[in-house]
Design a protein around this ligand. Structure first.
Ligand code: DGY
Length: 314
């Protein structure tokens, strides 16, 4: 039986299935192992089921024993997949199963940021609501407006589809390679062009694209523009975004991800025009179970010598 480390407390059904398949050691905690324990695990286990926060930098390799790291999650920029591949360690991920859940959180953030819902809830809970009045908490509309998607992959397209069919939004997007969709969507030539054209700009590019949305891109946005990020925090220049929000150069932001999670800058926390969620994109029981089962399928196929369903590109 393969010796497998579950590097985090995953949903109960996933732990139970893992224990039927492998000789399992469970790191029974919501928090990651410390870096030295995690790197030591590469000498103790045949496989590791890891997730966000379980960093495996290039310096962690070569691995004395581990042959596969099955990531619970679609984003795997916390693992140096090129260094792992060079060391003969396969890295897998869990694409597809969290597409709608993550797009739903992007829609939630878009609506909350546009309609100032977080601000309103804070006001009410603080006992500061004096009653309805005609100019209270006026926001921006999304229906019929333009949504700009940065990174037109599975999740970007899912959000665009929901926004187009649900809210009549016009869709423009930027993607490194040419892309088409089964609904009306126009590919624009640059990120700045998308930022200048769209009323809402939603980021769906993978982590590792550091500061793809930089001060220049933010400066191109409309003063009524809204920035949504459910991808990875490093994709946005967080300091430049805070400046733009503080100076009201854009209307609002809705964020589910941060550059140095779980740290959220105090200046960002202080902003009324920022809706801030704690990386909830895939956080539903069904989706987390599906992610866990996919990660286990990858481990199981690997140790059974079958083709592995979801190897990552290096
Ligand atoms: C993902 O799957 O990438 C989620 O953000 C959790 O890591």
């Amino acid at each position: 039986m393969a010796k497998v480390l579950l590097a985090r407390r995953f949903p109960d059904s996933i732990i139970a299935r893992a224990e039927r398949l492998f000789d399992v050691t469970l790191h029974d905690s919501p928090d990651p192992l410390d870096q030295s324990a995690r790197e030591a695990a590469l000498s103790e286990y045949d496989g590791i089921m890891a997730t966000l926060g379980d960093t495996f930098p290039a310096s962690a390799f070569p691995a004395a024993r581990t042959k596969i790291i099955a990531n619970f999650g679609v984003g795997y920029n916390h693992i140096d997949a090129a260094a792992a591949a060079q060391a003969g360690v396969m890295v897998t991920n869990t694409p597809g199963v969290l597409t709608d859940a993550t797009a739903d959180i992007a829609m939630t953030l878009m609506l909350m940021a546009a309609r100032r819902a977080g601000e309103g809830e804070r006001m009410l809970r603080a006992g500061n609501w004096q009653g309805w009045h005609p100019t209270q908490l006026m926001g921006e509309d999304v229906t019929g407006r333009t949504l700009g998607i940065i990174g037109f992959g599975r999740i970007g397209q899912a959000m665009a589809r929901k926004a187009h069919y649900g809210f009549g939004m016009r869709i423009v997007f930027h993607n490194r390679s040419p892309k088409t969709a089964d609904f009306p969507a126009e590919q624009l030539g640059s990120i700045e062009e998308v930022c200048a054209t769209a009323d809402v700009v939603a980021i769906h590019a993978p982590g590792g694209n550091r500061h793809l949305i930089d001060a220049k891109a933010l400066a191109a946005m409309k003063p009524t523009g809204i920035l949504i990020n459910t991808a990875r925090g490093d994709v946005v220049d967080e300091a430049a975004l805070i400046d733009a929000l503080e100076q009201r150069r854009i209307f609002a932001a809705g964020l589910d991800v941060y550059d140095q999670e779980p740290h959220v800058p105090a200046r960002l926390m202080a902003l009324e025009n920022a809706v801030l969620l704690p990386h909830l994109g895939s956080a539903s029981l069904l989706v987390r179970e599906a992610m866990g089962n996919m990660a286990l399928d990858n481990l199981d196929a690997f140790f059974a010598g079958r083709p592995v369903p979801n190897p990552t590109p290096e």
